[in-house]
Design a protein around this ligand. Structure first.
Ligand code: AMP
Ligand code: GLY
Length: 419
C-alpha cells in the first residue's frame, strides 16, 4: 500500500516509523514531515491544514491510505472530504471530531450519557459565566471551548484570576473564536493517564496506557507545555482499572456517538484523571496523543498498518493486538526558552551516536545546508524500550546525553511516578 501520513511532529515521526515496519507498505509519504521523517518517508511540501491540496495529492499519487496526525484538519472535516472522494483515510468525521473540537459539546455529551467527568457549566457571556463561578470552590478550571493548540485550559486559584481569565477569553477573545464559549469545570485531584483506542465505532482495541508530563520543570512544576516526555505502560492503570475505564467510559462513549449519529472511527484518546472515586474524563482527543504516541507505538508488537486496515474494514480483532512486555519512554529535548520565546536554527550533533536500541523521533527539526537544525520548541523525542521502566529510562537518557545543541533543555525525571 501507498500510505500518506499528515503532520510534522514527533507523533507523526513515530507513526511513520511504525508504519514503515509493515510488510504491507510499498511507499510512504509524509506531508509536510520534518528532517527526521525524511529518512523513512518521501516528504510532500503541503501543509497539514491544506485539505484541498492534500486531497489532490492523494488522488494524483494513488495513495491507498491516509493517516491524519493533528486535530485541526480532522475538526475541519478532512476525513469527510477524502471519503466523499472515494479515498481511504484513518480518522474521525468532522461530526465525530467535535469531541475534541468543542469542549462544550464533549461535556454535554458526557452529561447526556452518564460518562464520569468533572461538574461543569458552559457559558457564552461574561456575566452569566461570572455568576456560575459561585457554584465552584477554588481552584477552578476555565477552558476555552474550541481548539487552542493545548493552551486553552487555565487553572484559577482565586476569584480575581478567574474573573480576568473569563474576561480575556470571552470579552477580549484571546483565543479568537475558540473562546466564544467557555467551560467552567470543577478541579479534579488525582493522577492523570491517557488511553489510546483504535476503533471502528463499535469494536475497539486499546494500546498500552500511558502518561505524559505536561509541566516544564522536574517534579511536575512550572508552566504547561505540549508535553516534556511520556512513558507506557502507566502502572496507575491496573487491569481492574482498565476494565472499569472500558465499561464506564470507552464503551458508553462509542455507543453515545452512534446514538448521536456521529459514529467515531480512528484513534480515540481518553485523557483521564484517576480520582479517589474512580476514573473521570478530563478531555477527549480524536487522534493519537503527542508525545504519548512516541512511547505507545514502541510498545506495540502488531503491525500498525494491518490494524488500521482492519479498523477501517470493521474487522478489528482486539485479541490480535499484541503488546511488548516491559516499558517504553520518550524524553523530549526542547529549545531553551520553550514554551516561551526560543531561538531556532541551532545545529544538532550526536544524532547518529545514540546507543543501539535508542530511537530518536524528530519534532521541530529541519535540514539547512545538509545539517539538521532545530526549528521548533520541542525538538526531539529520545525513545527507548526496556524490560522495565527503569532500564528504558537509563537507555533513553544515555541517548539524550550524546545529543547536543545550543541551549538544549530536557527534564531529568520523566517516569518518576512509575519508578
Ligand atoms: P485538557 O486539555 O482539557 O486535558 O486540559 C489540559 C490539562 O489541564 C490536563 O491535562 C490537566 O492537567 C489539566 N486539567 C484539565 N481539566 C482539569 C480538571 N477538571 N481538574 C484538574 N486539572 C485539569
Ligand atoms: N498529550 C496530549 C495531547 O496530545 O493533546
Amino acid at each position: 500500500m501507498k500510505v500518506l501520513v499528515i503532520g510534522s511532529g514527533g507523533r507523526e515521526h513515530a507513526l511513520c516509523w511504525k508504519l514503515s515496519q509493515s510488510s504491507k507498505l510499498s511507499h510512504l509519504f509524509c506531508a509536510p514531515g520534518n528532517a527526521g521523517i525524511s529518512s523513512i518517508a518521501e516528504l510532500v511540501p503541503v501543509s497539514a491544514e491544506d485539505i484541498k491540496e492534500l486531497f489532490t495529492f492523494a488522488i494524483s499519487h494513488n495513495v491507498d491510505l491516509t493517516v491524519v496526525g493533528p486535530e485541526v484538519p480532522l475538526a475541519e472535516g478532512i476525513c469527510d472530504v477524502f471519503r466523499a472522494g472515494g479515498l481511504r483515510i484513518f480518522g474521525p468525521s468532522r461530526a465525530a471530531a467535535q469531541l475534541e473540537g468543542s469542549k462544550a459539546y464533549a461535556k454535554r455529551f458526557m452529561a447526556k450519557y452518564g460518562i464520569p467527568t468533572g461538574r461543569f457549566d458552559v457559558c457564552d457571556n461574561f456575566v452569566y459565566a461570572f455568576e456560575s463561578l459561585q457554584k465552584y470552590s477554588f481552584p477552578v478550571v476555565i477552558k476555552a471551548s474550541g481548539l487552542a493548540a493545548g493552551k486553552g485550559v487555565i487553572i484559577c486559584e482565586d476569584i480575581g484570576s478567574a474573573r480576568n481569565t473569563l474576561n480575556a477569553i470571552l470579552n477580549e477573545r484571546t483565543f479568537g473564536e475558540a473562546g466564544s464559549q467557555v467551560v467552567i469545570e470543577e478541579y479534579l485531584r488525582g493522577e492523570e493517564a491517557s488511553i489510546l483506542a483504535l476503533t471502528d465505532g463499535e469494536k475497539y482495541a486499546c494500546l498500552s496506557p500511558s502518561q505524559d508530563h505536561k509541566r516544564l520543570l522536574d517534579g511536575d512544576r512550572g508552566p504547561n507545555t505540549g508535553g516534556m516526555g511520556a512513558y507506557a505502560p502507566a502502572p496507575v492503570i491496573t487491569p481492574q482499572l482498565q476494565e472499569r475505564i472500558e465499561v464506564e467510559i470507552l464503551r458508553p462513549t462509542l455507543a453515545g456517538m452512534i446514538e448521536d449519529r456521529a459514529r467515531f472511527t480512528g484513534c480515540l484518546y481518553l485523557g483521564l484523571m484517576i480520582c479517589d472515586d474512580g476514573p473521570k474524563v478530563l478531555e477527549y482527543n480524536v487522534r493519537f496523543g503527542d508525545p504519548e504516541t512516541q512511547a505507545v507505538l514502541p510498545m506495540l508488537k502488531s503491525d500498525l498498518l494491518e490494524l488500521m486496515n482492519a479498523t477501517l474494514d470493521g474487522d478489528l480483532d482486539p485479541q490480535a493486538v499484541e503488546l511488548h512486555d516491559g516499558a517504553a519512554v520518550s524524553i523530549v529535548m526542547a529549545s531553551g526558552g520553550y514554551p516561551g520565546r526560543y531561538e531556532k536554527g541551532k545545529a544538532i550533533s550526536g544524532l547518529s551516536d545514540v546507543p543501539d536500541g535508542v530511537t530518536v523521533f524528530h519534532a521541530g527539526t529541519s535540514l539547512k545546508d545538509g545539517q539538521i537544525v532545530t526549528s521548533g520548541g520541542r525538538v526531539l523525542g529520545v525513545t527507548a524500550r526496556g524490560t522495565d521502566i527503569k532500564s528504558a529510562l537509563d537507555l533513553a537518557y544515555e541517548g539524550v546525553d550524546v545529543i547536543d545543541f545550543d541551549e538544549k533543555y530536557f527534564r531529568r525525571d520523566i517516569g518518576y511516578r512509575a519508578v
